[in-house]
Design a protein around this ligand. Structure first.
Ligand SMILES: [Zn+2]
Length: 395
């Protein structure tokens, strides 16, 4: 008899651990007490069963595997990445197969659980179906050779967004080869119609990730109802949900978060403020925005971190890097194992030469983000010091 009860008890204890974990997470999001378990649930059946088992209790506990779980996680995020393009010609590729591109900043990613960036282009060695340009003289299409995916992997990137205006530059061939390369290196990604979101587990933590933009072939930043449903689904499955968006107007005149829809070249680029808040309300824990090519404000809303734009990070050869366009903030955020913001830092890098990020001893990116955050989001519950350290002012 005992022989049969033991496996059943083990299973019940495992179920209890799982249900308890999810209940705890939901409670933290809503700040409400955990909901009582339904009367006929597995949880209530458990004490009875244990009592019947009597002396076998200790043995049963021994058989339950202990799943180690970290108390806190380090999540880093950067903006646009385009390490060099072989289109229209190899002239736009960096020397040494890009091996020096991230050498000055990769140490910042050491020890991070998640290293995120926006892949602003396609990984493809040649050919592909070129996107048609309205003005062929100002046609910017980005096609990075396969080895550039290795450069991202070597630097520590393990999560990328492919929801942007360049992921479709070389048609289905570009998307397919990008996916193949990232899959081969174990780099998680999402943000196209084939893979709008992804769930992955790492060291006992389950992560969900979804990426949005106003661009064709990507989950839409303007469809808040659908995005909310995606994020709520991820929240029901995962401990930590990360959302990326590529949205807002572009350039040095657009460093502010307007709290309204933004139109640029006649295109609805989304209402990034209301989008980000809706995603947190739906269960997102960390929001990494990009797209304007310049930094924007950050905030902590409902205990969750939002960066409205992380600007350009490593954009080689084809990008305007003048002034604030050359600032490359790196958000290094520490969250609880349920995604609640604990502390963080905006590490300031700056792109030099043709677009190589280097640590900026003057902390220009952090100073700008501090100024913008105070101006645009004065109600936020954080303070940012000169070196970029973000302190949470608990309400
Ligand atoms: Zn873009």
């Amino acid at each position: 008899m005992l022989k049969f009860i033991r496996p059943i008890l083990s299973l019940l204890l495992l179920l209890l651990a799982f249900v308890a974990c999810k209940t705890q997470k939901q409670a933290s999001h809503t700040a409400a007490p955990p909901a009582a378990a339904p009367r006929d649930s597995t949880i209530q059946a458990l004490p009875d069963t244990i009592r019947v088992a009597g002396p076998a209790d200790t043995a049963v506990v021994d058989t339950v595997p202990v799943i180690p779980q970290k108390d806190s996680l380090v999540i880093t995020g950067v903006g646009d990445i385009m390490l060099g393009t072989n289109f229209p010609e190899t002239y736009y590729l960096p020397p040494n197969e890009g091996k020096d591109m991230l050498a000055g900043v990769a140490h910042v990613f050491a020890g991070a659980d998640v290293v995120f960036g926006n892949l602003e282009g396609v990984i493809l060695d040649s050919a592909g179906t070129q996107k048609k340009c309205r003005n062929p003289k100002a046609c910017y299409l980005f096609r990075s050779p396969s080895y550039m995916a290795n450069r991202l992997h070597e630097a520590g990137f393990n999560l990328l967004s492919v929801a942007n205006n360049h992921a479709g530059d070389f048609g289905p061939e570009g998307r397919a080869h990008t996916a193949k390369m990232l899959d081969s290196l174990g780099i998680h990604y999402a943000g196209n119609l084939q893979q709008p979101f992804i769930v992955f587990a790492q060291e006992g933590i389950k992560y969900g990730f979804a990426a949005f933009s106003p661009n064709k072939g990507t989950p839409q930043i303007t469809d808040i109802a659908r995005a909310t449903a995606t994020v709520a689904h991820l929240d029901s499955l995962c401990d930590v949900v990360i959302v990326s968006f590529h949205g807002g107007a572009e350039g040095s005149k657009y460093t502010s978060v307007p709290r309204a829809p933004e139109y640029f070249y006649g295109e609805d680029r989304g209402d990034v403020y209301h989008f980000a808040h809706a995603m947190v309300d739906a269960g997102a824990d960390i929001i990494f925005g990009h797209g304007p090519h310049v930094p924007r404000a950050i905030e902590v809303y409902q205990g969750r971190f939002i960066a409205y734009s992380l600007g350009n990070f490593a954009t080689y050869g084809r990008f305007n890097l003048r002034g604030v366009n050359g600032l490359a903030p790196i958000a290094r955020i520490v969250v609880s194992n349920r995604g609640e913001f604990l502390t963080g830092r905006i590490i300031s890098a700056r792109q030099v030469g043709w677009g190589v990020p280097e640590i900026d001893p003057e902390n220009a990116a952090a100073r700008l983000i501090e100024e913008l955050s105070k101006k645009d989001l004065p109600e936020s519950v954080i303070s940012i010091d000169e070196s970029g350290i973000i302190s949470y002012l608990h309400p």
